[in-house]
Structure formats: structure tokens, C-alpha cells
Design a binder for this molecule. Structure first.
Ligand code: GLU
Length: 399
């Protein structure tokens, strides 16, 4: 939390007349809920740590993902909830910002165990969430099956069919088929548009992370005619001078569990991958991928943040001074929450939205946002300024 506040203080410090009061207001979330989920596994009780941080609802209902990851902590939730507030504001959605999660490694639990844990999570949070109050979505380690569990549990407890309690649901449950692709496709469009703006032709593209975001970013870029030269996941990276067949790579990942099993490529470690020569680096894995240790070795000319918070904000200046253009998370990966808005609407009104219309609208929105914020290379600063301006207007009217 301090990192975002410090960044805002240092970069946008002259923008608002009541700057200090405003920043103090944003630095404390509306509500942080920290609770335990005791769970019996292998004859022993594990006490799981669970969180939901509701950062701000001045622009609309709380909205944000729900993640299952061993790195989930209150500190992480605070930062990510704050980012959601900024993201919803930038994308002009009637949403505020929130984030939730449970500190577990989902790979160590069966699907049935995850279901039990998620049901317990919803039960304990029931009084603090709602279709018109706080709406969840998929995030790291969660998918449409988890969203279905949230929907079922919430509807049952409250005896009310409540599809809009979460987005990212399967299509038969008031979901939108396009939601699954939306974050990754948005990242691909942001990359495509930014490449044209910075004038990079035939770029050497690397993608860090091959989960939901990295995979669909790769699919769309490949479809747009780009060559993907490198992909990595937690087990390592592959670099192929002739380009990677993305459809083949998806099969390899599905069947063998990692991109490293793709044949006829140079293999590197996940850490080495980031510092290999490339023109475009799409960060679609975890937070803090670029940090004090590796910043000086980064060679990309354009970095696109598919994940949330993948660059330590304290070293962003070093990257900018190296003439690297960065498309920040709140712009690059906002396709997810953008399409979530239409899914939320579908749950409330039964109005349906076609995939092609959603994709066209997503692409146009990203183009508009980049036109507004890519005036100079400090796109993050320009995005934050736009987001904060809207929040500031409400702040001064309210207080
Ligand atoms: N988890 C995604 C994010 O961080 C999506 C949030 C949503 O759709 O509410 O942006």
C-alpha cells in the first residue's frame, strides 16, 4: 500500500489542491476483512487465512478478483484492491475497487477440497458481499468453476438467484463466453496499439507467464500476425528464433504441465528469461517480476503489464530512463473488469452481449485509453492522473 501511495506522492504531487488529505483518504481502505477458515486435511486442522479488502466505492460498487495463492496476504490485498479502484476509474466503469483471496497453494488441494474452502469463504463473507455491493471475479488460481461455487453458495444462503454476485462464471450461468479471453485479448490489443505508437516493426516478443492472461494474449497476437519468440512459466522459459506455434504450445502445456516441454527451443530459467534480449516483454505472471535485482539487465523496449503490479514502482524511473515504454497494468489488463461489467449487467437485466461486439468494444476502448495516456512515455503517471482526477472530484464534493 505504501508503495502506491509513495508513487502517487512523488509523481502526481502537484495535481490536486488538497493533495495530502486526498492521499491519506485513499491510503486507508473502506473496509478490510481478515478471517480464518479452519479446514481438515489429512486428519489435521489447517487454519487458512482469508481476506477481502474493499478499497473504495465512491464511483460504484466494490469490484475485484478473488485469488488462491500462497502469496496472498493483507498487504497484497490492499495494493491490489487499490489498483482495482484506479482501474475501474480509468475504464469509466460504475465500479470501485476490491480484492479477496485465501492464502493456499491450490495445486495442493483437490477440486472438491477447493469447493469446500470456497463455500466456507462465501458463508463467512455473506454479510459483506452482494450483487449491488461487492462483486467478485476470477484472479490468480481461480477459474469459472470457483465462480460457479461462489454463485451457488451465495444464492443458496440468501435464497435468491444471484448471478451478479460474481463475474467470470460459465456461460450457462449468466456468464459471457468472451470473459475468459478478455484480459489476454486486451493485453494483446494494448501491445499491438503501443507497438504502432512507439514505431517498433517486426518485434521480438517474449511473454512471461502462460496462465489465462499470457496464453490468450499469445493467441490473439499470433492471430494478429505477430511472431512470439519466447514464453516462460514457473518451471522455465523457451526461446525459439523461428517463432513458437502457440496452438501447439497450449497442447504441450495442457498435457505436460509446462511450456518447457515444447521441443526444438533454447531453454532458460524463469529468471534468465526476463533478461534475454527482446523488444517486447509481456509480464503476465506474478507481482514484482522486475525489481531492484534485475532492472539493469532488462533489454526490452516495450513492457506490457498483463499481471497486476509486476514492476516494483520504485524502479520504474530506471526503466523510463533506459527509454523503455511501459503500458501499466490498470490499462493493459483492464479488459477483464471491462467485460465483467457487461456480465454483471447481463445477470441483472438478462440482456445478452455477443462476443464480436464485446471484442470490438474492448479494442476501441483500449485505443481510446492509449490515445489519451500515451502522450509521453510515462503512461502510468498519465493513467493514474486520469483515474485519480475522477476520484478527487467526488472527494472534494463529499468532504
Ligand atoms: N481479477 C481481474 C483484475 O485484476 C478482474 C477483476 C474483475 O473482473 O472484477 O483485474
Amino acid at each position: 500500500m505504501e508503495s502506491i501511495c509513495k508513487y502517487i506522492k512523488n509523481t502526481i504531487n502537484t495535481e490536486f489542491s488538497r493533495n495530502e488529505e486526498f492521499l491519506n483518504y485513499l491510503s486507508v481502505p473502506y473496509k478490510s476483512i481478515v478471517f480464518s477458515i479452519p479446514f481438515k486435511k489429512g486428519g489435521k486442522i489447517q487454519t487458512l487465512k482469508a481476506f477481502r479488502v474493499q478499497h473504495n466505492n465512491d464511483l460504484g460498487i466494490f469490484k475485484g478478483g478473488f485469488r488462491l495463492s500462497p502469496y496472498v496476504s493483507l498487504g497484497e490485498m490492499l495494493v491490489l484492491a487499490f489498483l482495482m479502484t484506479l482501474k475501474s476509474s480509468l475504464w469509466e466503469l460504475p465500479f470501485g475497487g476490491a480484492k479477496g483471496g485465501i492464502s493456499i497453494d491450490p495445486k495442493e488441494y483437490t477440486e472438491e477440497e477447493i469447493k469446500q474452502i470456497v463455500k466456507e469463504y462465501v458463508k463467512k463473507l455473506n454479510n459483506d458481499i452482494g450483487e449491488d455491493w461487492d462483486v467478485m471475479a476470477p484472479d490468480l488460481g481461480t477459474n469459472e468453476t470457483v465462480m460457479e461455487t461462489i454463485f451457488n453458495e451465495y444464492s443458496q444462503i440468501n435464497k435468491k438467484f444471484s448471478p451478479s454476485i460474481t463475474t467470470g462464471k460459465p456461460e450457462y450461468l449468466y456468464g459471457l463466453g468472451f470473459r475468459k479471453f478478455s484480459t489476454g485479448y486486451g493485453v494483446a490489443y494494448a501491445t499491438d496499439i503501443a507497438l504502432k505508437k512507439v514505431g517498433l516493426k517486426n518485434p521480438r516478443i517474449f511473454i512471461q507467464g502462460f496462465g489465462n492472461v499470457g496464453r490468450y494474449a499469445a493467441v490473439k497476437l499470433y492471430e494478429l500476425g505477430y511472431k512470439i519468440s519466447g514464453v516462460s512459466d514457473s518451471k522455465g522459459g523457451i526461446i525459439c528464433e523461428n517463432g513458437i506455434d502457440i496452438n501447439k504450445l497450449i497442447k504441450v502445456k495442457q498435457e505436460k504441465g509446462s511450456v518447457v516441454f515444447y521441443e526444438d527451443c533454447k531453454k532458460v530459467s524463469s529468471e534468465e528469461f526476463l533478461t534475454e534480449p527482446c523488444d517486447v516483454l509481456i509480464l503476465a505472471a506474478l507481482e514484482n517480476a522486475i525489481n531492484k535485482e534485475n532492472v539493469n539487465a532488462i533489454k526490452a523496449k516495450l513492457i506490457v503489464e498483463g499481471a497486476n503490479f509486476p514492476i516494483d514502482l520504485e524502479i520504474e524511473d530506471t526503466l523510463l530512463k533506459k527509454n523503455i515504454t511501459i503500458v501499466p497494468d490498470i490499462l493493459a489488463n483492464g479488459g477483464g473488469v471491462y467485460v465483467s461489467y457487461f456480465e454483471w449487467l447481463k445477470g441483472k437485466t438478462s440482456q445478452n452481449f455477443e462476443n464480436e461486439d464485446l471484442e470490438k468494444s474492448l479494442k476501441e476502448k483500449i485505443e481510446t485509453l492509449l490515445n489519451k495516456t500515451c502522450k509521453d512515455r510515462n503512461i502510468r503517471k498519465n493513467c493514474y492522473t486520469l483515474s485519480l482526477r475522477k476520484l478527487y472530484e467526488i472527494f472534494i464534493k463529499k468532504y
